[in-house]
Design a protein. Structure first.
Length: 209
């Protein structure tokens, strides 16, 4: 198994494979807060993946952990990664014998030195997968469908305008078929009505269960 970053046609293989690689995935979503109904989440697609791992550039070759003999000088190897870090062009990250072969940017690079290991340079690397910024144009029909799907939530809720002489039990009898359901109406409209369910006012628009 080999870990390689490719800048165009130029490959850079890490001389020591990391013990583990962490790949973080998540889904984006948008939260809409609808009055009286609370929050609703709408999926927005997959977020960019993050790939993180740690390893080191050894000063001397050791067959126990080195992938090849002709090792780059650790300082030169770190300079290569620093060049990749500031580059505005995506690289390609490949792990042979796996399905990992993705365009990436280096977004974080930290290095350290350890006592007793003269010349070796340790590093922590974070990559983010890259996607082309081209966005497909959405037709008017698709836009209408998207907006319509959210509007349906509002259309599904029936409203009643309070008239003079109305009470919640009277409205419940008229609209829901049973005066005992007045409390259901009150729960949905407590912010509008206030703390006293008997004090409804003409002109108030109440949401029906």
């Amino acid at each position: 198994m080999a870990f390689t970053l490719k800048d165009g046609g130029t490959p850079f293989q890490f001389p020591v494979n990391p013990e583990e690689v962490s790949i973080s995935r998540s889904k984006g979503y948008e939260t809409i807060n609808m009055l009286e109904y609370g929050e609703f989440d709408f999926a927005q697609g997959e977020k960019v993946k993050e790939i993180t791992f740690s390893s080191f550039f050894p000063k001397e070759y050791d067959a126990f952990y080195c992938m090849y003999e002709n090792l780059p000088d650790p300082r030169v190897a770190m300079n290569v990664l620093n060049t990749f870090l500031i580059s505005k062009k995506p690289l390609r990250f490949i792990i042979s014998e796996t399905g990992v072969n993705v365009p990436v940017f280096i977004v974080s690079l930290n290095s350290s030195f350890r006592g007793g290991e003269t010349g070796d340079i340790y590093f922590d690397l974070t990559l983010r997968t890259w996607r082309d910024s081209k966005v497909e144009k959405v037709g008017s029909a698709a836009s209408a469908s998207k907006s319509g799907s959210r509007t349906d939530l509002k259309k599904s809720s029936k409203t009643y305008t309070v008239k003079s002489g109305d009470s919640l039990s009277k409205i419940a009898k008229l609209e829901l078929g049973s005066s005992s359901k007045w409390n259901e109406i009150y729960k949905l409209n407590a912010k509008i009505i206030g703390s006293d369910p008997n004090r409804i006012k003409p002109g108030q628009k109440l949401v029906m269960p």
